[in-house]
Design a protein around this ligand. Structure first.
Ligand SMILES: *[C@@H]1O[C@H](CO)[C@@H](O)[C@H](O)[C@H]1NC(C)=O
Ligand SMILES: *[C@@H]1O[C@H](CO)[C@@H](O)[C@H](O)[C@H]1NC(C)=O
Ligand SMILES: *[C@@H]1O[C@H](CO)[C@@H](O)[C@H](O)[C@H]1NC(C)=O
Ligand SMILES: *[C@@H]1O[C@H](CO)[C@@H](O)[C@H](O)[C@H]1NC(C)=O
Ligand SMILES: *[C@@H]1O[C@H](CO)[C@@H](O)[C@H](O)[C@H]1NC(C)=O
Ligand SMILES: *[C@@H]1O[C@H](CO)[C@@H](O)[C@H](O)[C@H]1NC(C)=O
Ligand SMILES: *[C@@H]1O[C@H](CO)[C@@H](O)[C@H](O)[C@H]1NC(C)=O
Ligand SMILES: *[C@@H]1O[C@H](CO)[C@@H](O)[C@H](O)[C@H]1NC(C)=O
Ligand SMILES: *[C@@H]1O[C@H](CO)[C@@H](O)[C@H](O)[C@H]1NC(C)=O
Length: 898
C-alpha cells in the first residue's frame, strides 16, 4: 500500500525537479543578443529552452555525448556551434539538417573515432570545421564531399596514419588543411588526390613522422602556397628530396623549424630553384654549417629566418644569390663554435644583400664589428644588435653603413662602456638610437653624437654614469625624445641648460637619477617639451622655503608641458609658484611624497588637468581654496592612502565634491581612510557624516576671526621690526606718565639755558621777534644762530647746547616739516635725549595748524608731549600775552613726569 503522504512528497519533489530541469539552462546560459553561452555547465543535454532565433551557441566544456538533431532542431538560425570539450563519440548523419546557415562547427577535444561516411553531408554551408584532438584514425568514404564552401579543416592531434580524407577531388574552397600531430609517415599521390582541385594556402603537417614523399605528390594537389613542417625530423637528405618534390609548385612559404638540420649544402635547396619561394624559416635546427652558395637557388627569397641556431662561420659566399632578401633574422644563431665562444663573421659577409632592410643580430657572439662587416647593406633600415658584445663604439664601428639609410639602430645590452667621438657619424639618416642597459660611463661632450642629423629618439636609460655639460646635445638638435633614466646623471653646471639646443624635444626622462640639484635655468630651452619624467629623484630640498635664495622654480620655462611626473621625490613643500604658467598640463603625478600643506592657489593655472595623482602623501585636509580650480575639469583623481582628517573643516568640502563630480576616483571605496579624529579613525572617508557640517556659518566666522588675529599679529611683528624704536619711546613715555616715578630735577643740577630752540631757517624772524624778547623776563634761550660757540664743529655744538638746556622748544611750521636739517638731526637727537633722560623736556609751539600724521614724518607726535607743553601761536593779537604766560609755565615746569 502506498503511503499517501510519501506519494505527495514524491509528487512535490517531482514537480520541483521538473522546474529545475526546465528552467536550468535558461537561468544558467548567458544570453547576449543572438549569442547563447552555455559553456562550463556540466550539461548532458542540449538546452531546449533558449530563444529560437539564436545564431551562436556555445556548448563547450560540458558532458554532451552527442548532438541529437532533434534537440538542435529548435535552433534553425545557428551560424556557429561550438561543442568542443565534450564526450561526443558519434556525429549523427542528419546533423545540420535544420541548420541551413551553419558555417562554423567546432568538435575539438571530443571522443570521435570514426566518421560515418555521410556525417557532414547536410552541412553544405560550413566554412570552418574543427575535429582536432579526437581519436580519428581513418577516414572512410567521402564525409566532406559536400563541403564545397569549407575553407578551414582542422584535424590536428588525431591518430591519422594517412592524409587521405576522400576518394575523389573535393573541398575546392579549402585554404587551410591542418593535420599537425598525427601519425602520417608518407605522402602518396593517390592519398592526395582528393585535393586535386584545391588551392591550399596552408598545409600543416607539423609533428608528423614523415619519412617518404612519393614522386609527384605535391603536383597532385591543385596548388600549394604554404607548407608547415615544424618538428618533422627530416634531416638534410629528406629535406633535399622534399625540395625537389616542391620544384615547379606554387610554394611560397616553407616552415622548416626544428627539423634536425645540422648543415645545409649547396644542393639542399636546389630543387626550389623552380619555385617562387619568398619565405623560409629554418629556426631552431642546431644548424652549424651553411655551405657557400647554399641559398643560391633562392633568388626570390624575401624573408629568411635563421634564429636560434649554432652557425660557426659566415663567409662572403654564405648569402650568395639572396639578391631580393628584405629581412634576415639571425637572432641567437652565431653563438660560437665547438672550440670557441665566438662565431666568425668574415668581412663582406652581407655584401650580396643589397635589398636587405631588416637585419636582426641579437644575442650573438662574434669578436668584433670591422669597418667592412656591414659593407653592401645599402638598403638597410633597421639593425638590431641587442645583447652582443661591443664595448667601445668608435668612428669605425658603423662606418660600413656609410652608404645606407639606416633609420633605427638597437644597441640594447651590448656591454658598451664608451662612445668615442664620431661614433655615429656615418648614420646621418638614423632616427632611433637605442643604447639602453649598457655600461656607458662618460661625460657627453657633444662630439659622440655628431652626425646624427635626423635623429628623433635617443634612449640612454639604464647606463652606469652620464655627465652632461652645456654642449652635450649640440649636434642633435632635431631630437624629439630623450631618455636618461637611471644613469647616475650629473649635470655639470646648473646655470647652463644642457638641453638648450633641443628646441623640438617633446619627451625627456630624467627619472631614477637621485638628482638633488637643478637650477632655475637647467631646463631652459625646452619650449616644446610635453612630457617630463622626474620621478624617483631627490628634489625636495629645492622647493623648501628655507632654501638659500628661495625655492628653485625649475619648471618655469616649460610652457608646453602636458605630463609631469614628480612622484617619489620626498617633496614636503610646494612653492606657490611651482606650477605657475603650466596651463597645458594634463597629467600631474605627485604620488609617494610627503606633502601635507598646499599653498592656496598653487594649482591656479591647472584648470585643464585631466589626471592628478597624489596617492601616498600626508594629506589631511582637502580644501576648496587649494583644489577647487584643479578639480574643475579633472577626469581622474588618485588621492588614496593619505591620513585624512575627517572633520568638517578638513574634508567636508571634499565629500560634497565627491558626491557631485563625474571624476573617476581611484580606490574611493577602500583606500580613502580617516586617520583622525579618533571617532573616525580607520573608517572610510565615504562614511563621514557630512550632515553635521551643514551649518558652516560659525566655522566661517571662526575662520575669519582667526585670520584677523593672525593678520594683526603679523602686523604687530612687522611694526616692531621696522618701528621698534618709536614704540620703545612711546612705551617709556607712557610708563613714566602712568607710574609717575623718577626724579625731580636732579638736585643741584644747573642748566645754562632754560630752553633750546629748534626751528626752520625760514622761521628765524619769528623767533627773533616773539621768543627772544622774553629773555628780558629772566628766561634764557639757547639760540644756535647766536649762541653756538665759535670754533666747535657744528654738530657737536648743537649736541652740547641741547645738553646744557633744560627744555627743547620745537617751533613747528610747514617749513619746519620740510627743512631737512631740522628733522634729520636735531629732532632725532632731541628725542633721543628725551628718552635717555626720561624727562618731559619737549615743548611744541605750533605756528600753523599741522595735522598729526604730518608730524609723524619727522617722528614726532602730540601724544608724546604733556598737554601744557603744546602751545599754539594765537591768531588774535590780544591773546599773545596769554601765550607768553603759558610758555613761561611750560618752561618753568619740572622735567619730572607726573
Ligand atoms: C529573438 O527572440 C527573442 C525572444 O525569444 C526576442 O526578444 C528578440 O527580439 C529576437 N531577436 C530577433 C533579432 O528577432
Ligand atoms: C557557398 O558560397 C557561395 C558564395 O559565397 C554562396 O553563394 C553559396 O550559397 C554557398 N553555398 C552554401 C551551400 O551555403
Ligand atoms: C590532378 O591535377 C593535375 C593538374 O592540376 C593533373 O595534371 C593531374 O593529372 C590530376 N590527376 C592526378 C591523378 O594527379
Ligand atoms: C657545391 O659544392 C661542391 C663542393 O662542396 C662543389 O664541387 C660544387 O661545384 C658546388 N656546386 C655548386 C652548384 O656550386
Ligand atoms: C614565379 O613567378 C613568375 C612571375 O610571377 C611566374 O611567371 C612563374 O610561373 C612563377 N613560377 C612558379 C613555379 O610558380
Ligand atoms: C676616427 O677617429 C680617429 C681618431 O680616433 C681619427 O684619426 C680619424 O680621422 C677618425 N675618422 C673619421 C672618419 O672621422
Ligand atoms: C631594442 O631592443 C630591446 C630588446 O629587444 C627592446 O626592448 C626595445 O624596445 C628595442 N628598441 C627599439 C627602439 O625598438
Ligand atoms: C623642429 O621642428 C620643426 C617643425 O617640425 C622643423 O621645421 C625644424 O626644422 C625642427 N628643428 C630642428 C632643429 O630639427
Ligand atoms: C549627494 O547628492 C545628492 C543630490 O545630488 C543628495 O541628495 C545627497 O544628500 C548627497 N549626499 C551627500 C552625502 O552629500
Amino acid at each position: 500500500m502506498i503511503d499517501p503522504f510519501s506519494s505527495r512528497v514524491n509528487m512535490l519533489l517531482g514537480v520541483f525537479a521538473f522546474c529545475l530541469l526546465n528552467t536550468s539552462a535558461e537561468n544558467w546560459c548567458k544570453i547576449h543578443r543572438e549569442m547563447a553561452d552555455c559553456s562550463h555547465l556540466k550539461l548532458s543535454q542540449i538546452p531546449a529552452d533558449l530563444p529560437g532565433n539564436i545564431t551562436t551557441l556555445n556548448l563547450s566544456h560540458n558532458q554532451l555525448k552527442g548532438l541529437p538533431p532533434a534537440n538542435l532542431s529548435r535552433y534553425q538560425h545557428l551560424v556557429t556551434l561550438d561543442a568542443g570539450y565534450n564526450v561526443i563519440t558519434k556525429v549523427d548523419p542528419v546533423l545540420c539538417q535544420n541548420q541551413p546557415a551553419l558555417k562554423v562547427l567546432i568538435l575539438q577535444h571530443n571522443e570521435l573515432q570514426q566518421m560515418s561516411e555521410k556525417c557532414f553531408h547536410r552541412c553544405a554551408s560550413l566554412t570552418e570545421l574543427s575535429l582536432a584532438s579526437n581519436r580519428i584514425k581513418v577516414i572512410k568514404g567521402d564525409p566532406f564531399i559536400n563541403l564545397k564552401n569549407l575553407t578551414v579543416l582542422d584535424m590536428s592531434h588525431n591518430i591519422l596514419t594517412s592524409m587521405k580524407l576522400g576518394s575523389q577531388p573535393q573541398l575546392q574552397s579549402l585554404q587551410k588543411l591542418l593535420l599537425a600531430d598525427n601519425k602520417i609517415t608518407q605522402l602518396e599521390n593517390e592519398e592526395l588526390y582528393f585535393l586535386n582541385k584545391t588551392s591550399l594556402e596552408v598545409l600543416d603537417l607539423s609533428a608528423n613522422p614523415l619519412r617518404k614523399f612519393q614522386t609527384g605528390c605535391f603536383h597532385v594537389i591543385g596548388n600549394l602556397h604554404g607548407l608547415l613542417l615544424e618538428k618533422v625530423p627530416l634531416g638534410q637528405e629528406l629535406l633535399e628530396k622534399l625540395c625537389s618534390e616542391l620544384s615547379g609548385t606554387g610554394i611560397q612559404t616553407l616552415l622548416l623549424r626544428n627539423i634536425q638540420l645540422s648543415s645545409i649544402s649547396n644542393t639542399t635547396f636546389s630543387g626550389l630553384s623552380m619555385t617562387n619561394l619568398t619565405s623560409l624559416n629554418l629556426a631552431s635546427n642546431g644548424l652549424s654549417v651553411i655551405s657557400n652558395s647554399a641559398f643560391a637557388s633562392l633568388p626570390q627569397l624575401e624573408h629568411l629566418i635563421l634564429e636560434n641556431n649554432h652557425i660557426f662561420h659566415l663567409t662572403p659566399l654564405t648569402f650568395y644569390g639572396l639578391s631580393n632578401l628584405k629581412s634576415l633574422n639571425m637572432k641567437k644563431s652565431l653563438i660560437g663554435t665547438n672550440s670557441s665562444k665566438f662565431s666568425i663573421i668574415d668581412d663582406l659577409s652581407f655584401h650580396w644583400l643589397g635589398r636587405l632592410e631588416y637585419l636582426t643580430m641579437d644575442d650573438n657572439c662574434f669578436p668584433e664589428i670591422t669597418p667592412n662587416t656591414f659593407t653592401g647593406l645599402s638598403s638597410l633600415k633597421y639593425l638590431s644588435l641587442c645583447n652582443t658584445d661591443l664595448k667601445i663604439i668608435t668612428n669605425k664601428t658603423f662606418s660600413s653603413l656609410f652608404n645606407s639609410s639606416l633609420i633605427s639602430l638597437n644597441l640594447t645590452k651590448c656591454g658598451i662602456v664608451k662612445l668615442e667621438e664620431g661614433a655615429f657619424s656615418s648614420l646621418g639618416s638614423l632616427q632611433v638610437l637605442d643604447m639602453g642597459l649598457n655600461e656607458i660611463s662618460q661625460e657627453l661632450r657633444g662630439y659622440e653624437l655628431k652626425g646624427l642629423d635626423n635623429i628623433k629618439m635617443i634612449y640612454l636609460s639604464f647606463n652606469k654614469y652620464l655627465s652632461l655639460g652645456k654642449n652635450s646635445f649640440t649636434f642633435v638638435s632635431s631630437l624629439r625624445k630623450l631618455f636618461l633614466r637611471r644613469t647616475a646623471l650629473n649635470i655639470l653646471d646648473l646655470t647652463y641648460s644642457p638641453f638648450h639646443y633641443l628646441q623640438n624635444l617633446t619627451v625627456l626622462d630624467l627619472s631614477n637619477n637621485n638628482l638633488a640639484n637643478l637650477g632655475e635655468d637647467t631646463l631652459d630651452g625646452l619650449h616644446n617639451l610635453e612630457n617630463l619624467n622626474l620621478q624617483h629623484n631627490n628634489l625636495a630640498r629645492l622647493w623648501k622655503r628655507v632654501y638659500p635664495g628661495g625655492p628653485v622654480l625649475f619648471l618655469k620655462h616649460l610652457v608646453n608641458l602636458q605630463m609631469l611626473r614628480l612622484d617619489s621625490n620626498g617633496l614636503d613643500e610646494i612653492p606657490v609658484n611651482a606650477f605657475r604658467g603650466l596651463s597645458k598640463l594634463k597629467y600631474l603625478g605627485l604620488g609617494l611624497n610627503n606633502l601635507n600643506f598646499f599653498p592656496w592657489s598653487v594649482f591656479d593655472d591647472q584648470t585643464y588637468l585631466d589626471i592628478l595623482n597624489l596617492h601616498k602623501n600626508l594629506i589631511t585636509s582637502v580644501e576648496k581654496p587649494v583644489f577647487e580650480n584643479v578639480f574643475k575639469n579633472l577626469k581622474k583623481l588618485d588621492m588614496s592612502v593619505n591620513p585624512f582628517d575627517c572633520t568638517c573643516e578638513s574634508i567636508s568640502w571634499f565629500i560634497n565634491w565627491i558626491n557631485a563630480t563625474n571624476t573617476s576616483i581611484t580606490g574611493l571605496n577602500y583606500e580613502y581612510i580617516c586617520n583622525t579624529p579618533p571617532k573616525y579613525h580607520g573608517l572610510f572617508v565615504t562614511q563621514f557624516d557630512n550632515s553635521a557640517c551643514k551649518d558652516m556659518a560659525p566655522f566661517q566666522a571662526m575662520c575669519i576671526i582667526n585670520t584677523t588675529v593672525i593678520l594683526i599679529f603679523i602686523f604687530i611683528v612687522m611694526l616692531v621690526r621696522f618701528q621698534g624704536w618709536r614704540i620703545a619711546f612711546y612705551w617709556n613715555v607712557s610708563v613714566n606718565r602712568i607710574l609717575g616715578f623718577r626724579e625731580i630735577d636732579k638736585v643741584g643740577e644747573q642748566f645754562d639755558y632754560d630752553a633750546y630752540i629748534i626751528h626752520a631757517k625760514k622761521d628765524k624772524n619769528w623767533v627773533m621777534k616773539h621768543l627772544i624778547p622774553l629773555e628780558e623776563s629772566s628766561v634764557r634761550f639757547c639760540f644756535d644762530e647766536r649762541d653756538l660757540e665759535a670754533g666747535l664743529p657744528k654738530l657737536e655744538g648743537i649736541i652740547d647746547n641741547m645738553k646744557r638746556s633744560k627744555k627743547i622748544i620745537f617751533v613747528i611750521t610747514q617749513h619746519f616739516l620740510k627743512d631737512p636739517w631740522c628733522h634729520r638731526f636735531k629732532v632725532l637727537h632731541a628725542l633721543q635725549q628725551a628718552i635717555e633722560q626720561s624727562q618731559d623736556s619737549i615743548v611744541l609751539i605750533f605756528l600753523e595748524d599741522i595735522p598729526d600724521y604730518k608730524l609723524n614724518q619727522i617722528n614726532l607726535r602730540r601724544g608724546m608731549v604733556k598737554s601744557h607743553c603744546i602751545l599754539s601761536w594765537p591768531a588774535q593779537q590780544e591773546r599773545v600775552n596769554a601765550f607768553h604766560q603759558k610758555l613761561k609755565v611750560a618752561l618753568g615746569s619740572s622735567n619730572q613726569v607726573n
